[in-house]
Design a protein around this ligand. Structure first.
Ligand code: NAP
Length: 249
């Protein structure tokens, strides 16, 4: 083991930013955060950063051979469907200790009006079944395409403008975290009758669910993609503990 523990951190989630901060500032870890490069103004973070794809699992494995690290932590977003598998394969190919940081999904309460769907296409179909006419769409700018041909009015909220949007829409460019009071105001002001959300989990964007519950508004909830069969940790604290146990801090 080196004097300073080194980590390649695959970023894309709120937890990735917080983990980089804790590892660098509290534990003195040499962290290289890797961003996909899809957001033009990513959140600032502690440690070094790089941006752009590696070229699949083999490209990431080559990166790890060229620049070995003590551990690889995959903290991409819960809806990243490709990178977690590349990370798992590259870690196995290079015998790099690794884990997936995946926050727990949201779970409905008896008072929620959720329609659980497996994917975006099913979410659009569920809106038709509900007869929704005024929809708050909060699926991220890369996923709005699934609603492009849908006949309803959409309030499309995203951090950056999506390339494909439904014909009848208004754009709301905002980055969370959001509060219950302001979410309630958005739902009321725009007379929203359905919310579409990915089951991202976490607290930053949960307020819309609380407000929808209080206003008895339906939420079409898109399920997460299945993760690879790897070690999964559910919080920043657990990721730090895993790293300490696996390679030492
Ligand atoms: P994805 O399907 O898993 O990844 C697509 C490709 O983007 C990967 O094959 C990889 O390219 C590259 N990539 C993804 N994450 C990377 C990282 N941290 N560092 C370097 N390259 C990365 O993911 P996605 O759904 O397109 O999301 C792209 C990024 O946005 C991810 O970092 C994700 O965490 C974040 N994000 C996604 C969502 C969502 O809803 N999907 C929401 C918020 C944030 P190569 O194969 O060339 O290495």
């Amino acid at each position: 083991m080196r004097d300073v523990t080194s980590v390649l951190l695959l970023a894309g989630s709120t937890e990735a930013t917080r983990l980089a901060d804790v590892l660098v500032r509290v534990h003195g870890v040499d962290v290289l955060s890797s961003l996909a490069g899809v957001t033009t103004a990513p959140t600032g973070r502690a440690g070094r950063t790089r941006a752009g794809g590696f070229g699949g699992a083999e490209g990431l494995a080559q990166h790890l051979r060229d620049r070995p690290v003590d551990a690889l932590i995959d903290a991409t977003h819960p809806f990243a469907a490709v990178m977690p598998f590349s990370a798992a394969a590259a870690a196995a190919a290079t015998a790099t200790p690794s884990c997936r940081l995946l926050r727990p999904p949201w779970v409905p309460t008896p008072a929620d009006r959720w329609v659980d769907v497996p994917d975006l296409a099913a979410a659009a179909a569920a809106l038709s079944s509900l007869g929704a006419r005024r929809v708050l769409l909060t699926v991220g700018r890369q996923s709005t395409w699934a609603f492009a041909d849908h006949d309803a009015w959409f309030l499309v909220r995203a951090i950056e403008a999506p390339e494909v949007v439904p014909a009848d829409h208004r754009l709301l460019l905002e980055r969370g975290p959001f509060e219950v009071t302001s979410e309630r105001a958005v739902l009321l002001e725009h007379r929203i009758d359905a919310v579409v959300s990915k089951n991202a989990g976490g607290t930053a964007t949960m307020a819309k669910l609380v407000s929808a519950r209080e206003l008895e508004i339906s939420v079409v909830m898109v399920a997460r993609p299945a993760p690879p069969d790897v070690t999964i940790v559910s919080s920043v604290d657990h990721a730090v503990a895993w790293l300490d146990g696996a390679v030492g801090l």
